[in-house]
Design a protein. Structure first.
Length: 582
C-alpha cells in the first residue's frame, strides 16, 4: 500500500501526535542522562583530586621526615668525630665509630619503606659508609652528582643513572673550604615502592599515575602507564602558577583522559593521576548508547504503531470512499460489509441503508420524470398546430379548385401518414427509420406550401441503423422549428438540410437552415433552458426533445445548438448507440 506523503494526511498526523507526546519524555530522559553524566563526572573529579591530594601529602610527609632525619644526623657525635679525626683514630676507636655510624644508617634506612639504602660520604677522608655495603672508598662520580643538590633549594631529589636520591650536603664555612661539604648524607629512594604507591592510586585498574621532579628531569610511573603521559604533562609543569589541586581533560594517544595533579611546594615534585574518559564514563557511555538505541526503537515503534492505527482507520475509510465513488458513478447495487463489530461495522450498515434509500428515491424520481415526460409527449402529440392544419386544408382546397388531382392524392396520403404516426399514443419508442420517415413526410407536406421559397436537402439514414429504437417525435420537432422560426421570414432562397453523421458510438442528426438565426440574448436564453432541466419550467419543442433525450440516454445524449447570427441556425441531436440501463 502506498503511504501518503502529505503532512495533512492521517498517517502524518498520527506520527506527529505520537512525537508530540513522546518528545517531552524524551527531552526529560536526555536531561536526566546529561545530569547523571555531569554528576558522575563531578564525583569522579572530586575523587581523583582527593586521591592525588592524599598521596601527595603522604609522600610529602614521608620525604620531609627523611630530610629531617638527615638534618638530625648532623648532631651525631660519631659523625662529627669521623668527619674531623678519622685519620688520627686508633684502630679500636675507628672500628667503634664505623660500626656506630653504620648502625645509625641502617636505622635510618629501616625507618622508611621508601628507602633502599642510606649513605654517608666523607670527602676529606675519601671514605664512604653505607647501610648496605658498610665501608669503602669514596665513589667520586656518585658523590659529585649528589652534592649538586645544594644548587636547587626546595628540591632535595637527585636523579642519577636511573637511581633516585634524597641528598643532604653539610658544610661548615669556618672550618673547610666553602666549595666542598664536610660530609654528605643521601637516602636512595626505592622506585619500586613508589611504583606500588602509584599503582594503589589508580581507580580499578585503568589509567595511571606519575611522580615528576621539578622541571621534569625525572619521573616515576605506575605499571602499564601511558608512554605519552610524560610528554603530555610537561607543558603543565612549565606554567607560571603553582597548582594546588588541578583537574583537566587531556589527549593521550588519541584518547581523552581525565587528569588530576598537585605540586608539593616543599619538595618540588608533582603527582599526576589520569584515567581514560571512556573508562570513567563506561556505564554512562553504555547508558548513552542504550538511550540512543531506545530513541531509535521508539521512533520505529511510533512509525509502525502509527501505520497500524492508520491501516485500522484508513483502509476501512478508503473502502468506504471507493463505495461512495461507485454510488457517484450510478452504481446503486454496491454493498459493503465489515466482519469486525467495530465503529466501521455500524458506519457500513448506515451506508448500505443510505444506498438502498437512494435507490428507492431514484426510482421514484425516475418514474415521476418518466410519467411527466410521457405526459409531455402525449401533449406534444396532441398539439397539432392549427396553422399547419388549416393551411393544409387551404392547399387541398386550392388544388381541388384547379383540379390538381394527383397533388391532392399525394398530399392526402402524406397527411394521412403524418396523423397516423402522431396519433399512435400507445407507442413510447419507434424504430429510427420510422422516425426519419415521419420527419420526411412532414417536409413533403411543407413543400407543397413553401416549394418556391425553400429548398430542402434530406440525407439518407445509414441502413444498419434503421432498426435502432429511439423515443418518438425527435426529428420532426427540429424540422418544424426550422420552418416556424428559422425560415418564417425567408421569402426566397431558403435552404433547409437534414444530415446523418454515423460515428463509432453515436449518431448525430444535423438540422440546419439559412434563416436569420437568433440574437445573442435569445440564443443565451435558449441554451440556459437546455441546461436547466427544472420540471416547472415552461418547455418548447426543442427543450422537450432535449429533456427526453437526457432522460433516456443520460448526459451523453441531448441537443447542441449552433447560431449563425443573421445567417442561419443549426441543431445537432446526439443519439448514443448503446442506451444505458436504467
Amino acid at each position: 500500500m502506498k503511504l501518503p506523503v502529505s503532512l495533512s494526511s492521517l498517517y502524518a498526523k498520527l506520527i506527529l501526535a505520537f512525537l508530540v507526546v513522546l518528545t517531552p519524555v524524551y527531552i526529560i530522559s536526555l536531561k536526566m542522562n546529561e545530569y547523571g553524566e555531569l554528576t558522575v563526572r563531578k564525583e569522579v573529579e572530586n575523587s581523583m583530586k582527593s586521591r592525588v591530594h592524599f598521596y601527595i601529602r603522604l609522600l610529602e610527609n614521608e620525604f620531609t621526615r627523611i630530610v629531617h632525619m638527615q638534618k638530625e644526623f648532623i648532631n651525631d657525635r660519631d659523625l662529627r668525630k669521623a668527619s674531623m679525626a678519622f685519620s688520627i683514630m686508633s684502630d679500636i676507636e675507628f672500628r667503634e665509630t664505623v660500626y656506630a655510624l653504620n648502625a645509625r644508617l641502617k636505622a635510618m634506612m629501616n625507618s622508611s619503606v621508601y628507602m633502599s639504602d642510606a649513605d654517608l660520604f666523607l670527602p676529606a677522608e675519601s671514605r664512604h659508609l653505607s647501610a648496605v655495603s658498610f665501608y669503602d672508598k669514596l665513589p667520586v662520580e656518585e658523590y659529585e652528582a649528589l652534592k649538586t643538590v645544594s644548587r636547587h633549594p626546595h628540591n632535595p631529589f637527585v636523579y642519577w643513572k636511573n637511581r633516585l636520591f634524597v641528598s643532604f650536603p653539610y658544610s661548615d664555612l669556618a672550618l673547610i673550604n666553602e666549595e666542598e661539604p664536610i660530609f654528605l648524607l643521601s637516602a636512595e629512594i626505592s622506585q619500586s615502592e613508589l611504583t606500588e604507591v602509584l599503582n594503589r592510586m589508580k581507580i580499578d585498574s585503568g589509567g595511571g599515575a606519575m611522580i615528576m621532579g621539578s622541571g621534569g628531569d625525572w619521573s616515576v610511573t605506575s605499571d602499564d602507564a601511558n608512554p605519552e603521559a610524560r610528554e603530555t604533562v610537561l607543558p603543565l609543569l612549565q606554567q607560571d602558577k603553582e597548582p594546588e589541586n588541578e583537574f583537566r581533560v587531556v589527549e593521550m594517544g588519541g584518547r581523552r583522559n581525565w587528569m588530576a595533579y598537585e605540586k608539593s611546594p616543599t619538595l618540588g615534585i608533582t603527582l599526576f593521576m589520569y584515567m581514560p574518559e571512556e573508562d570513567m564514563l563506561g556505564s554512562q557511555a553504555k547508558y548513552r548508547q542504550w538511550f540512543w538505541m531506545l530513541s531509535g526503537i521508539s521512533i520505529l515503534v511510533v512509525i509502525f504503531f502509527s501505520y497500524w492505527i492508520f491501516r485500522q482507520i484508513h483502509l476501512p475509510m478508503k473502502r468506504l470512499v471507493r463505495a461512495f465513488r461507485h454510488v457517484e458513478e450510478g452504481n446503486l447495487t454496491i454493498e459493503i460489509r465489515n466482519k469486525r463489530s467495530d465503529e466501521f461495522h455500524y458506519l457500513y450498515g448506515k451506508f448500505n441503508e443510505m444506498v438502498r434509500r437512494i435507490k428507492e428515491l431514484v426510482h421514484e424520481v425516475y418514474e415521476q420524470k418518466y410519467r411527466a415526460n410521457l405526459s409531455e409527449l402525449r401533449q406534444l402529440q396532441s398539439q397539432i398546430s392549427p396553422h399547419f392544419l388549416y393551411n393544409s386544408f387551404f392547399i387541398l382546397s386550392r388544388m381541388a379548385k384547379y383540379e390538381e388531382y394527383e397533388s391532392i392524392r399525394r398530399l392526402s396520403q402524406y397527411l394521412g401518414s403524418y396523423f397516423k404516426f402522431v396519433t399512435r399514443t400507445h407507442m413510447e419508442e419507434a424504430p429510427l427509420d420510422e422516425e426519419v420517415n415521419h420527419a420526411r413526410t412532414y417536409v413533403q407536406i411543407q413543400t407543397f406550401r413553401f416549394e418556391e421559397r425553400i429548398q430542402v436537402s434530406f440525407g439518407e439514414l445509414p441502413e444498419r441503423l434503421a432498426g435502432m429504437k429511439v423515443p418518438r417525435l425527435l426529428i420532426q420537432p427540429l424540422v418544424e422549428n426550422a420552418y416556424e422560426h428559422g425560415l418564417k421570414n425567408k421569402m426566397s432562397e431558403g435552404r433547409l438540410s437534414v444530415e446523418f453523421v454515423d460515428e463509432e458510438e453515436r449518431l448525430i442528426v444535423k438540422v440546419e437552415d439559412n434563416g436569420e438565426g437568433l440574437s445573442e440574448e435569445d440564443f443565451a436564453v435558449l441554451n440556459a433552458k437546455l441546461t436547466n432541466l427544472d420540471e416547472d419550467m415552461e418547455t418548447t419543442g426543442l427543450v422537450n426533445v432535449h429533456r427526453r433525450l437526457v432522460l433516456r440516454y443520460g448526459t451523453p445524449g441531448g441537443l447542441r445548438l449552433t447560431n449563425f447570427q443573421g445567417k442561419g441556425f443549426g441543431v445537432e441531436m446526439i443519439l448514443p448507440k448503446e442506451a444505458p440501463l436504467v
